[in-house]
Design a protein. Structure first.
Lengths: 334, 454
């Protein structure tokens, strides 16, 4: 492989796209998870839960726009193939995101009697969006398989990703709330973790067995030894987090953010495993990142902008999180 | 049914529903900043009440704009894969810059603008308002650049059927871009001023005579009265630009079937594309020649020049007339209301009654204008480069029809809910008048509010 721009640029953009997908999954994961947990909470708690994500969800969803945008602008051919193959689940994802996003605002502004209606819409939207994402992941992992087995696997991953998001949501609530709701969140986290483990194990096992190419990438020496930290570390983190759920919240609420960071770490490890499995393909076993990439001069001009703007984005995102740091109170416009 | 026509209807429905909300947020951000700066300068609480009433509308419109915008970014791939495959090298960077320079800026500071009032200093809060308003405008800049490039593409070359960028300056500032950008920004300003004036008129009719109502009513009315003549001038210039670069669109807008001098201005007609003539025509002699060429015997291009390659005449002709008609109505209403508010310090009841339905006049005019220019670009998706029919994806018509039906139901429900909430907020504000509690504004950050504070 020669290291010139036409080789490097698609690689850089695949990396950027992967990074924004991961950031999206972690950040909007807790938003969507809290939406799913909405159905288990009481009226008063629901307001606090909204307050825990209200100032952030917009920016979190923007990472999805960036990820799809990068797929669109850097790998236009792949964007077309993947999204036409996933036409219906993409549609469901969009309906879910629309319902979730507008319910956020409507529930706070409609006459009091109609708030319940929008609470239900918020839950339904979050659930639909999570399931659709999981289904898309499952079908993509099997190489955009449209058979019945592929759909069944998609459905399994859909349930598990929704549970994983619920775990993220619960972990975020442990960080952002206190008292009864925080105790409830610990219980939710424990239940959701079980399904998260099942889901990650299912995807990890299905991927190599669905594709001989991926099998060969994982189960050869010495690569197997280099890769072994991924599953082992994930397992250790899972077990540690599971044990933690019996001791939370800690005295004077120390380290309340640790469960969330641990889960984010597990997500990142799982994501790294997926990335290794599929590299260098952007459409599994069909199209590599170089075959699907835009012209180098177009990628170069996007990269120039990205290098300047992305650090600024990260900086002011941190600032926004800091402004709304600490436990969530009521959310008001004044 | 044909996936092409269904995909077009679906994309048209999505983008029509989407544009309603950015049209509000682009200008409303700046109006909110104005309210805020007036408050900072005068310490008059009524300005801040106007701000808090309208910031809720902003939040709701922003959320609607975001979620419908996400839909669009996916639909390029689900319905129009040929678009990015052919012109992705040009469209991609423009979209990427919109996301990087505008979307994140808006989204990150929106939280501080909406909920951070007690958490940051007043100065930072004003700055957040500036950044959000600026972000919406930058976003409009990039997307208008891309849309204008599709209308009047320059600065690229075709290699193996794929467009490659040659001159980015020429791509961004393509011939129709400055005109379309100004036209759209003014349209946003007018939409917002009529929303504010119309809902304030509703408060007025409910008997609300509070300071915050007067302030909002005057702001909306005066802003409309100033913007509408500028818009009429800008629209005329935009039309002349279109005549130069997209004559087929002008021919369809004027329903002019034959090229020649002394072309009349058609006020009313039912264009018949099969017979290539207008039915029930009402015209002003030499009108079109005078408007487009500034002389009675100026030669105006007709549809006969673009046989088989011009847009459908009926929707373009009527879209244009609806837009212009509403523009003239806006002129009459805003100037009449300005006269009464300025000279008589009152608003006659019939005028207030007329202003309430005019709340959505900006929306209707904006949609009519976009239909004119977008249908007017047909049969091209990118003029001279890519036909719409060649960009559609290999998706079954039944899939598109099913999703289209659900989108339409969803959008209808959301539109009703949105307008319902706006009326609810206006009536609530009318009831509270100047009595709603106002938080203190200090020029220092309030430390993290303790739970007990609430």
């Amino acid at each position: 492989m020669t290291l010139d721009w036409p080789t490097l640029l698609p690689l850089v953009f695949a990396g950027l796209m992967g990074l924004s997908i991961l950031i999206y999954v972690v950040l909007d994961g807790f938003d969507l998870g809290i939406g799913i947990l909405f159905s288990l909470a009481e009226d008063k708690e629901q307001d606090t839960m909204i307050a825990a994500i209200g100032p952030f969800w917009d920016a979190n969803e923007t990472w999805l726009v960036l990820a799809v945008g990068l797929l669109l602008v850097a790998f236009p051919v792949a964007h077309g193939i993947i999204l036409t193959a996933l036409y219906i689940p993409v549609f469901l994802l969009l309906v879910g995101l629309i319902l979730r996003g507008v319910a956020f605002d409507f529930r706070a502004k409609v006459p009091a009697g109609r708030k319940h209606r929008w609470n239900r819409v918020f839950f339904a939207g979050s659930l639909i969006a999570s399931l659709a994402q999981g289904y898309m992941l499952g079908v993509y992992v099997l190489g955009l398989d449209a058979s019945f087995a592929g759909m069944a696997f998609g459905a399994l991953v859909a349930l598990c990703l929704a549970a994983a998001y619920a775990a993220m949501g619960a972990a975020w609530l442990i960080y952002k709330t206190e008292g009864e709701l925080q105790k409830k969140a610990v219980k939710w986290l424990r239940s959701a973790l079980v399904f998260t483990v099942v889901g990650m194990a299912a995807v990890s096992l299905a991927t190599p067995f669905a594709s001989p190419r991926i099998f060969a990438k994982w189960f050869v020496l010495p690569d197997m030894i280099y890769l072994s930290p991924l599953p082992i570390l994930s397992g250790i983190l899972f077990l540690w987090l599971w044990r933690q759920t019996f001791h939370l919240p800690k005295e004077s609420d120390r380290h309340a953010i640790v469960p969330f960071l641990t889960l984010a770490g597990i997500f990142a490890l799982g994501f790294a495993g997926l990335a290794w499995s599929f590299y260098p393909f952007v459409v599994p076993d069909r199209l590599t990142i170089w075959q699907a990439a835009s012209a180098p001069e177009s990628l170069a001009i996007i990269l120039a902008g990205t290098v300047v703007v992305l650090p600024v984005i990260v900086f002011y995102s941190f600032y926004a999180y800091r402004v709304f740091g600490g436990k969530a109170g009521d959310l008001t416009y004044d | 049914m044909d996936p092409l026509i269904l995909s077009r209807i679906q994309f048209g429905a999505n983008i029509s529903f989407h544009i309603l909300f950015p049209t509000i947020t682009i200008a409303l951000g700046w109006v909110l900043l104005f309210f805020k700066l007036r408050y900072n300068a005068t310490s008059d609480g009524a300005w801040m009440r106007a701000y808090f009433t309208w910031v809720k509308v902003f939040a709701l419109s922003f959320a609607m704009g975001v979620v419908t915008g996400v839909t669009m970014s996916f639909q390029f791939g689900t319905n129009w894969p040929g678009y990015m495959e052919t012109v992705g090298n040009v469209a991609g960077p423009l979209l990427a810059y919109e996301i990087l320079t505008a979307f994140f800026l808006e989204a990150a500071f929106l939280g501080i603008m909406l909920f951070g009032f007690r958490r940051v200093s007043n100065r930072i809060h004003t700055l957040a308002t500036v950044l959000v308003a600026g972000g919406t405008t930058v976003s409009a800049f990039w997307i208008i650049a891309l849309n204008s490039w599709m209308q009047t593409p320059t600065g690229f070359e075709m290699r193996d059927g794929v467009a490659h960028a040659v001159d980015w300056w020429a791509i961004v500032f393509n011939p129709s871009m400055p005109y379309r950008l100004v036209h759209m920004l003014l349209a946003s300003g007018l939409t917002v001023s009529f929303f504010i004036a119309g809902l304030s008129a509703l408060r007025y009719l409910q008997g609300d005579r509070s300071q915050s109502m007067w302030k909002a009513l005057r702001t909306g009315t005066f802003l409309a009265a100033v913007l509408i003549p500028i818009q009429i001038f800008a629209g005329d210039q935009h039309g002349l630009n279109t005549l130069e670069h997209q004559p087929a669109k002008i021919a369809a807008m004027e329903a002019n079937w034959h090229t020649g001098p002394n072309i009349p201005l058609v006020l009313f007609a039912l264009p018949d594309e099969k017979a290539k003539e207008n039915r029930f025509e009402i015209t002003i002699p030499d009108g079109a020649s005078l408007i487009l060429r500034h002389s009675a015997d100026g030669v105006v291009p007709g549809l006969d020049q673009f046989e088989g390659n011009h847009p459908p005449v009926f929707p373009v002709f009527w879209g244009f007339r609806i837009m212009v008609g509403i523009g003239l109505l806006m002129l009459a209403v805003s100037w009449a209301a300005t006269f009464f508010l300025w000279r008589r310090k009152s608003l006659p009841r019939p005028l207030a009654l007329l202003m309430v339905p005019m709340t959505v006049s900006g929306w209707v005019a904006t949609l009519a204008g976009w239909y004119t220019t977008e249908i007017g670009r047909q049969p091209w998706l990118v003029t001279g480069v890519l036909k719409t029919a060649d960009a559609v994806g290999p998706v079954a018509g039944s899939h598109v029809a099913l999703t289209l039906a659900i989108y339409l139901i969803l959008y209808a429900v959301l539109l009703v809910a949105f307008l319902g909430v706006l009326v609810h907020l206006a009536l609530k504000a009318a009831k509270e008048g100047d009595t709603s509690p106002l938080p203190g504004v200090m020029n220092a950050a309030l430390s993290q509010p303790a739970q007990s504070e609430r």
